[in-house]
Design a binder for this molecule. Sequence first.
Ligand code: IPE
Ligand code: IPE
Ligand code: MG
Length: 238
Amino acid sequence: MFLNKKKNRTPRNIPGHIAIIMDGNGRWAKNKGLPRSFGHSAGAKKFKEIARYCNKIGVKYLTVYAFSTENWKRPQDEIDGIMNLLRDYLKDSTNFKGENIKLRFIGNRSALPEDIRTLMENSESESDDATGMTACLALNYGGRDEITNAIQRIVSDKISADEINEELISSYLYTWEYPDPDLIIRPSGEYRLSNFLVWQSAYSEFYFDNVLWPDFSVKDLDKAIDEFNRRNRRFGGV
Ligand code: IPE
Ligand code: IPE
Ligand code: MG
């Protein structure tokens, strides 16, 4: 619970799990006459700021879409730039140090460069004891890839048809240890999921914003949370 700055100070319901599609870096850079890589670097800084704020207000899980299984279609130099940014980010020992944030990753790691995979494992184990928010980065993540991968493992584990139910499928997803997202935010004026959390978003609330990700502020996040508080989640009931 967090209090609104309104006179009546109504308690605000903080979504337990917020997921963000960090989109619009390229257009942000282009608008400024800069190369797209500047947008990615501004976007990475923005992630840290928003993650810190989420932890402060009591969000339990923050999942951010950083690189999709489709993003390999981009020019090689842009991909290399994003991978270098990721390297620098993971090597930066000041990331969330002492902030009690648990860092996790979802996605297909096998296609990522080996040194990055090692850095990812290190940051996971370094933040193992954190008891605050879990910040989960979706890297080489695709919802369809995730479901395909789950089915392959269900078959290779020789699970019989009558044992397969929604709970079992969820337990085979990259997100097996997290609750489904309550609120999915997409800035940048696009109104689609782009293969993000396809299974998990079945009952999520969606919030779209025209702001480009590097310009997305804590005020914009607050607006999204206020809007979430006005929604009536029925989950099929009345
Ligand atoms: C999101 O920003 C970052 C990644 C997909 C890696 P974009 O790079 O998609 O930015 P736009 O959509 O082209 O502006
Ligand atoms: C989604 O953005 C992926 C990330 C933000 C990492 P894209 O920019 O790749 O999505 P599309 O191509 O506009 O659907
Ligand atoms: Mg985009």
